[in-house]
Design a protein around this ligand. Structure first.
Ligand SMILES: Nc1ncnc2c1ncn2[C@@H]1O[C@H](COP(=O)(O)OP(=O)(O)OP(=O)(O)O)[C@@H](O)[C@H]1O
Ligand SMILES: [Mg+2]
Length: 501
């Protein structure tokens, strides 16, 4: 593509965005050409979402210029950007959960479709055109992450967006869904749509983008054709040095297994999703649970934690040989079970409190009803240790978690759970949205929790992560455990085969 021959559809010139006098984005220059797929990469907190929100009219620059088709513009709200054909699919979904898919798709343009039938038809047409299998009359709140994203993309396409910004679109998708998304992006590209996508999976940027821009600490480090980069050069631009990416040492093969499982579940049932699921988790081991979305792997974790009382259909659970049944997650936490979930907004943290307060509260939780006996003086110290360990950073000290970048929020959820020194940790997609440096650290931590004698359940869609870290791998399918592999037996092919057939 000879991008340089044409005028950029969008450009930023010396764009700066400060919060309380500190720059989240500093004097950034950026150009996006028609029909270009442009990847934006950088560590957690580097300023990627900030740059995109400036272009989408979500926030206004503190300094610098935004141009659309060469003309300087001032956006006061996202609707101003969308009037110029710019639309953004957010890191956290922006759909209205109480409205149907169709209503969400036409949201803001209802007047053009003056009947329920017209709304539904317009939505159905655009969904069909994109080959998205989503029911227009379903409520948005009941959709999976992948489908919510499809609806947001459909909305952009219906609005005839010329620029679509996707903030970590693949973080919540399965590999198949990711392939589908990139196919779709290529077809939008052929019709002239320009796209920016943010991803922590550097391979996605390298293989699907025309150009890549790297941000570090709010500064634009480099922009160039994807073919000019490889994984290690991207990392060097991102963090300013090489990263030791060697995985943690694998578990000692055939280490003697303790006979009493830390957790045993038998015939767990939940709605139509979990169907007589049974397994045991042993102390000192990482047990990976692989499986497709909808296989019941995340839902069984929610049942164990007491998260889904309503649909609980029966089954028995033992912790350290004692039968338990939790009505609310707090009871499970008090018993030493930590749950690092894939949906940080749901149950992750108190968003108006600082990192220290959140981690500190997590630490207090382990005292259960004896909170008043907790040595409060230690609280801040412990919280600070975890902040450093996971390098949790905002642009200023004591920022409320709400104002942290997406990846830093995920690290808060992790620290808050681990500070409780649990007997059993359930990780559900722990590295989603987290940058390469922190992924390495989180993986080390997962191994070290097991080595310290606790039990670990690792639920992940990312097979290399499961293969790297697990001593034993269970494969969930249609709500039951379809196969079990030891570390030595497991291969990606065998797991995929068991998950599908
Ligand atoms: N409303 C706000 N108030 C104060 N600081 C903010 C606000 N929004 C963002 N920041 C800060 O700006 C910096 C950049 O955030 P941004 O969300 O752009 O990062 P990012 O590159 O998207 O990171 P991630 O990969 O974790 O999503 C962060 O340090 C964040 O704490
Ligand atoms: Mg972000």
């Amino acid at each position: 593509m000879t991008a340089k021959a044409v005028r950029p559809v969008v450009s930023l010139e010396n764009a700066t965005k400060t919060y309380g006098g500190i720059a989240a984005l500093a004097e950034a220059n950026f150009e996006l050409y028609p029909g270009e797929i442009h990847a934006l990469v950088g560590e957690n907190g580097a300023g990627k979402s900030t740059l995109c929100k400036l272009i989408a009219g979500v926030i206004a620059p503190s300094d610098g210029l935004l141009r659309v088709d060469g003309e300087t513009v001032t956006f006061l709200a996202p609707k101003d950007a969308s009037a110029r054909g710019i639309s953004m699919v957010y890191q956290e979904t922006s759909l209205v959960p109480q409205l149907t898919v169709a209503q969400n798709i036409v949201l803001g343009r209802e007047r053009a479709f003056n009947s329920v039938r017209k709304v539904r038809n317009a939505a159905r047409q655009v969904l069909q055109r994109l080959n998205f299998k989503v029911d227009p009359s379903q409520l948005a709140g009941s959709l999976s992450a992948a489908k919510r994203q499809m609806v947001e993309i459909a909305r952009s396409v219906l609005n005839e967006a010329r620029v679509i910004i996707l903030d970590e679109p693949t973080a919540a998708l399965t590999p198949e869904e990711t392939d589908h998304l990139f196919d779709l992006m290529k077809s939008l590209q052929r019709s002239g749509v320009a796209m920016i996508f943010i991803s922590h999976a550097l391979e996605e940027a390298l293989s699907h983008a025309d150009r890549i821009s790297v941000l570090r600490n709010g500064r634009m480090m480099v922009t160039g054709p994807a073919t000019d980069f490889d994984r290690s050069s991207l990392i060097r631009h991102m963090i300013g040095e090489d990263l030791n990416e060697r995985g943690p040492a694998p578990a000692a093969a055939g280490a003697a297994r303790s006979v009493v499982p830390v957790l045993r579940v038998e015939n767990i049932r939940m709605g139509s999703i979990v169907n007589n699921m049974s397994f045991s988790i042993f102390p000192g081991e990482v047990t990976g649970i692989a499986g497709l979305i909808g296989s019941g792997r995340s839902e069984v974790a929610k049942v164990i934690m007491g998260h889904t009382k309503r649909n609980f259909g029966g089954g028995r659970i033992w912790l350290d040989g004692r039968e338990v049944r939790y009505a609310i997650p707090a009871e499970a936490v008090a018993d030493g079970i930590a749950y690092v979930s894939e949906d940080r907004k749901l149950d992750g943290f108190f968003d108006t409190l600082s990192v220290t307060e959140n981690v500190g509260l997590g630490w207090l939780a382990k005292f259960g009803r004896r909170t008043l006996l907790a040595p409060f003086g230690r609280m801040h110290q412990v919280a600070r240790e975890w902040e450093q360990r996971l390098s949790i950073r905002g642009i200023a000290a004591n920022q409320p978690v709400l104002h942290l970048s997406g990846g830093n929020q995920q690290k808060v959820v992790i620290a808050k759970s681990l500070v409780q020194q649990p007997r059993l940790v359930i990780f559900d997609e722990p590295t989603r949205g987290v940058d390469v440096g922190a992924i390495a650290e989180i993986r080390q931590i997962i191994r070290s929790i097991a080595e310290s004698g606790a039990g670990v359940i690792l639920i992940s869609s990312y097979l290399p992560e499961i293969l790297d870290l697990s001593d034993r791998i269970l494969v969930a399918k249609s709500g039951t455990i379809a196969a079990e592999f030891s570390r030595a037996e497991a291969t990606a092919e065998k797991i995929l085969h068991a998950a599908v057939h």
